[in-house]
Design a protein around this ligand. Structure first.
Ligand code: ZN
Length: 200
């Protein structure tokens, strides 16, 4: 019989993406066997999440010092260059950053599977529309994963943004990524050329 402590832990772990009850049980037992120092380090890392803030411009999480509201990318004046790249999630942004090529800013709109019925998506889209006006944005790159939901999201964003700001260029990366593939798993060279050869 599992102890209450372990049952509660398993309950929490099954909420994690991709973790089923068997994996959750394995993780819980792994945690149960941690020595006190390792356990303290883990507890501390979770505790530190309290200091994590989400950037007010792009929604990327960052370690906030003082009253900062922008992440290091959005604080970088060299990146205020009138281009915004829309991605679904943090890991997609990381993949693009790893190409060391794109020098504009981003906005994390949220996973494409959720877009049609999600308040977070709606508020982020509203924020994007605000940015386009306030920052005199000239180009929006829709670097959404080429999945079925992603394609639907691209169509929706293109239509919505065109209707509001017909003068802004809306581009998508070249179709070099295999259909259904995720940006975060693309190799940096493929991703770099797909972004460089973007078109509207
Ligand atoms: Zn940011």
């Amino acid at each position: 019989m599992l102890s209450k402590t372990l049952r509660q832990l398993i309950d929490q772990l099954t909420r994690w993406p991709g973790v089923g009850s068997r994996t959750a049980a394995r993780y819980a037992l792994y945690l149960a066997h941690l020595d006190p120092t390792e356990r303290e380090i883990l507890i501390q890392s979770i505790e530190n999440l309290k200091n994590l803030r989400f950037c007010e411009f792009c929604f990327y999480p960052f370690d906030a010092q003082n009253q900062e509201v922008l992440c290091p990318i959005c604080r970088d004046v060299n990146r205020k260059n009138k281009t915004i790249c829309i991605v679904e999630k943090e890991t997609d942004l990381n993949a693009i950053e790893e190409t060391n090529d794109y020098r504009g800013r981003y906005l994390i709109i949220g996973p494409a599977v959720l877009w049609f019925d999600d308040d977070r998506f709606k508020s982020r889209l509203k924020k994007l529309i605000d940015h386009l006006k306030k920052e005199s944005i000239e180009e929006v790159i829709l670097a959404v994963n080429p999945t079925t939901e992603g394609m639907a999201l691209v169509d929706y964003l293109r239509k919505t943004l065109r209707a509001k700001y017909p003068e802004i260029k809306i581009t998508t990366p070249r179709q070099g990524l295999p259909r259904g593939a995720e940006l975060e798993y693309a190799d940096p060279e493929t991703l770099k050329s797909a972004l460089r050869e973007r078109s509207d």
